[in-house]
Design a protein around this ligand. Structure first.
Ligand SMILES: C[S@@+](CC[C@H](N)C(=O)[O-])C[C@H]1O[C@@H](n2cnc3c(N)ncnc32)[C@H](O)[C@@H]1O
Length: 171
């Protein structure tokens, strides 16, 4: 089972999967300096022999594949809707038909900001820390996922938690 973890950071999503399923081989993508830390985590978790690394800009670097699973966690809010769509479209091309996208994203709900303050405050942080980032509404993430060639996602969430997990099959 081939898994691509896009903008993997610490790499723990992929390596947790590898720890649970000995068939899993993980391709961790991030900037080269980040991957130096990612690799130490693969070693600490005992999955280094099944860890591969793709250094570079996720919008430019060849993604390889086809993968069975692509994870895109906690990064879409760093970008505008157009760039986030572009990233998901790239991942769509790297997943085999029937494979899965797992997107983890903080999102705003339909409630007014004062009733749903955390994602709105986080979006203000993205305004300060990134050039075009924003917290997207759930409907926008769903639309981006289907536009990237996936079936409508199943959305998982917890009460009072703005993180959503969207899981979608590649059409
Ligand atoms: C908020 S962290 C998320 C890390 C991990 N996926 C998680 O969910 O905890 C965002 C990651 O995206 C990476 N990143 C941002 N822009 C990138 C780009 N253009 N190419 C590759 N990685 C990028 C950063 O280096 C960082 O590790």
């Amino acid at each position: 089972m081939k898994v691509l973890d896009v903008a993997c950071g610490h790499g723990l999503y992929g390596y947790t999967l590898a720890g649970r399923d000995p068939r899993a081989r993980i391709w961790s993508l991030d900037w080269p300096n980040v991957l130096a830390v990612t690799e130490t985590n693969a070693e600490k978790l005992g999955v280094r022999d099944r860890a591969h690394f793709i250094p570079g800009d996720m919008f430019e670097v060849p993604l390889g594949g086809p993968y069975d699973i692509v994870v895109v966690a906690n990064v879409l809010h760093h970008f505008s809707t157009e760039r986030a769509r572009e990233l998901l479209a790239r991942t769509g091309e790297a997943v085999r038909p029937g494979g899965k996208l797992v997107a983890i994203a903080i999102s705003t709900s339909d409630a007014a900001p004062h009733l749903d303050p955390v994602p709105h405050l986080f979006s203000a942080l993205m305004l300060a820390w990134t050039s075009q980032g924003q917290v997207h509404p759930l409907s926008a993430y769903e639309e981006m996922v289907t536009a990237a060639g996936f079936a409508p996602p199943k959305v998982h969430s917890l009460p009072d938690n703005p993180l959503r997990v969207l899981i979608a099959d590649r059409v």
